[in-house]
Design a protein around this ligand. Structure first.
Ligand code: HAM
Length: 427
């Protein structure tokens, strides 16, 4: 017997039961992003490996050990995108969207990181990713936060808290980096392997360590705050003031450094305690140096990405009822002539009532078994067409979720009743 094929570890099938919620989340995000005038772009999933090395940073977990990289047939090194920001920057540069221009864009799709799979952390996952290109902030930084807060409100996700920090300019971070190295060198023998490895390459990442044995050393480490330049300090103060004025609670977390190297100034994360260890639902920040770093004209920019799987998980934790995908009408058709009429009538109804979901009973069956299927479909109404109905040009509309009586309708009257039902369900 041939071996059963299975999905790649950490890469999930999202099946029919789940997709209505995915769609609801994406549609909600789409509607909100429209109201802030962000425009959708669609980008390739594969990029040159070099792009991620130069943007995310050589000494980050992602580039060091999590990328799916392979050599193309022509010898070029390609990588499945681990995140979207680098691709957005590449696309903006290669399409000439940067010089003296400003763009608000968003994109949604799969990302790939070879992390250790666990609840909320996958090797293929999806992000809704938003970027404002050419904006200095801090006004747009606030809008970024307001948009994400609006998304959580619209989805009814109450238990997410906001953490904010500023990483200052590249020069300030360089100065801080040296101070951190000096500090951690004093504890070199106490550091775990990971921290020791990071000590001279990326000491800021040690601050992110989850190792409890390092907690005290990290807690006493110098703060970036002391190295901040005047402009970054003012930028951050205005940002905090505006976020407060908008009525959004937050905490300043001086240890929030983020796992990608391109950030400068504002960084933020929305975190929940309801998803176990993988609590970051949406995160982002400003990356004012990245355009230049990737060979483009200098451009200030900021963005965020929300993990769709985490939004789905949190939605399910906050809402008991499942989002259903059901027909409005299930047509029961007994006999070949009735089935023929059912197919044609369903088309006419879809023409007349856009948005009406009509399921026709295919593959025959007795009246009883068809009614059973109608009931199972979740439809509120069954439309019954048999020989007698065909002759009379009248269809039986049977309510399936109440004790109300079945009624006969000609096609016009049927359209009126269904149109009213559709209007009632969409308001
Ligand atoms: P990130 O923090 O690496 O940032 O990812 C953003 C979000 O994607 C996380 O908050 C989380 O919800 C989700 N996520 C990340 N890794 C996984 C995973 N393995 N499984 C499931 N969900 C995951 C970025 O990617 C930046 N590009 C965000 C950004 C946009 N910054 C500026 N613009």
């Amino acid at each position: 017997m041939s071996k059963t094929l299975r999905a790649v570890r950490g890469m999930n099938d999202v099946l029919m039961e789940e997709t209505p919620l995915w769609r609801h989340i994406e549609d909600t995000a789409r509607q909100i992003l429209d109201t802030y005038l962000y425009r959708e772009i669609k980008l390739p999933i594969l990029e040159q490996t070099e792009l991620f090395r130069r943007s995310i940073g050589e000494v980050t977990d992602i580039v060091e050990k999590e990328m799916y990289t392979f050599e193309d047939r022509n010898g070029e090194s390609l990588t499945l995108r681990p995140e979207a920001t680098a691709g957005v920057v590449r696309a903006a540069i290669s399409n000439g969207l940067v010089h003296n221009q400003r763009h608000k864009v968003w994109t949604v799709g799969p990302m790939f990181r070879r992390e250790k799979p666990q609840k909320g952390r996958y090797r293929q996952f999806h992000q809704i990713n938003v970027e404002a290109i050419g904006y200095q902030g801090p006004d747009v930084d606030v809008e970024m936060i307001l948009m994400s807060a609006r998304l959580f409100r619209a989805l009814g996700l109450p238990s997410i808290r906001l953490e904010l920090n500023t990483l200052g300019t590249a020069a300030a971070r360089q100065q801080y980096r040296r101070r951190l190295i000096d500090y951690f060198e004093r504890y070199q023998s106490d550091l775990d392997d990971e921290a020791a490895r990071r000590l001279h390459s990326n000491p800021l990442r040690i601050l992110d360590s989850k190792n409890p044995a390092l907690a005290d050393i990290i807690a006493a480490a110098p703060s970036l705050e002391d190295d901040l330049d005047v402009e970054s300090r003012a930028h951050f103060e205005t940002l905090c003031e505006l976020v407060t004025a908008a009525g959004i609670e937050f905490t300043v977390n001086r240890r929030l450094v983020r796992g990608l190297d391109y950030y400068s100034r504002t960084v933020f994360e929305w975190i929940t305690d309801q998803l176990g260890a993988q609590g970051a639902v949406l995160s982002g920040g400003r990356y004012d140096g990245l355009y230049e770093q990737l060979g483009g004209k200098p451009a200030a920019a900021i963005g965020w990405a929300a993990g769709v799987e985490r939004l789905v998980g949190l939605y399910e934790a906050c809402h008991r009822e499942k989002l259903a995908f059901q027909p409005h009408l299930y047509i029961v058709a007994v006999g070949q002539p009735a089935l023929r009429e059912a197919i044609l009538l369903a088309e006419r109804l879809r023409d007349a009532l856009p948005g009406l979901n009509v399921d026709v009973n295919f593959d025959g069956g007795s009246f009883k078994s068809q009614l059973k299927r109608a009931d199972k479909s979740g439809a509120p109404w069954a439309l019954i067409i048999g020989e007698a109905e065909l002759q009379a040009g009248q269809f039986g509309l049977k309510p399936l979720r109440s004790d109300a009586e079945q009624r006969s309708h000609d096609e016009n009257s049927l359209q009126r009743v269904l149109g009213q039902m559709l209007a009632d369900t969409t308001t």
